[in-house]
Design a protein around this ligand. Structure first.
Ligand code: 5GP
Length: 205
């Protein structure tokens, strides 16, 4: 069985990352998402242990000391982290894995796991981003301002990513994201056992 690949997906909040990831998970086979740990409270729309594993600050610190996280970062005053063991389990079962994390986390993952693929989702414009954040009606004015400031900073960093998905049209963007993932499965060094045997047989005909 081939070892699953890692796709780190980052975007400013409001860029449509969660919808794109959800759609991709439903349409690309053998793909799972890593469920992060966070100290923030669940939102009304979220499901415990499916959206995030919600834990206390104390437990989060304990997990840091135990070396449980592949990366962790403070985002908007709360802590978020990716669990090493969960990543390893998903990959060893032959699934590719999506990490839906912020840009700081993406860089740490790339440093620790250079073969990880970094994908940046770009929103259509700052005006549209602001409109979407306001429409979501989930955060206060101050939080939205903070998210917009962070967004502009993150967009400047996207040039260090491997791929960029322009999320102007959802259908095109989701197709692009699926193509990025699928194309990596066709790389010679990513072929699975069955594909390798088939290739060997044809080479030695
Ligand atoms: P939210 O609270 O809106 O769900 O997420 C806030 C930000 O934290 C988003 O950019 C999200 O991608 C990021 N995030 C979620 N999980 C992780 C994680 O495990 N590590 C890092 N570094 N960022 C995360």
């Amino acid at each position: 069985m081939r070892k699953g690949q890692i796709f780190v997906i980052s975007a400013p909040s409001g860029a449509g990352k969660t919808s794109l990831v959800k759609h991709t998970l439903a349409h690309v086979e053998d793909l799972k998402v890593s469920i992060s740990y966070t100290t923030r409270q669940p939102r009304l729309s979220e499901i415990r242990d499916k959206s995030y594993h919600y834990i206390s600050k104390e437990l989060f610190e304990e997990k840091i000391h135990q070396g449980d996280f592949a990366e962790y970062a403070e985002v908007y005053g709360e802590w978020y982290g990716t669990d090493w063991q969960q990543l390893a389990n998903i990959r060893s079962q032959g699934f590719d894995v999506i990490l839906e994390i912020d840009c700081q986390g993406a860089r740490i993952v790339k440093d620790k796991i250079p073969e990880a693929h970094l994908v940046f989702i770009l929103p259509p414009s700052m005006e549209e981003l602001k409109r979407r954040l306001n429409k979501r009606n989930e955060d206060s004015e101050a939080v939205i301002e903070g998210r917009l400031a962070k967004a502009s900073n993150e967009i400047q960093q996207c040039i260090s990513f491997d791929y960029i998905v322009f999320n102007d049209e959802f259908a095109n963007a989701s197709e692009d994201l699926a193509s990025i993932i699928r194309s990596h499965r066709l790389k010679m060094d990513a072929l699975d056992e069955e594909q390798r045997i088939k290739l060997e047989k044809m080479i030695h005909l």
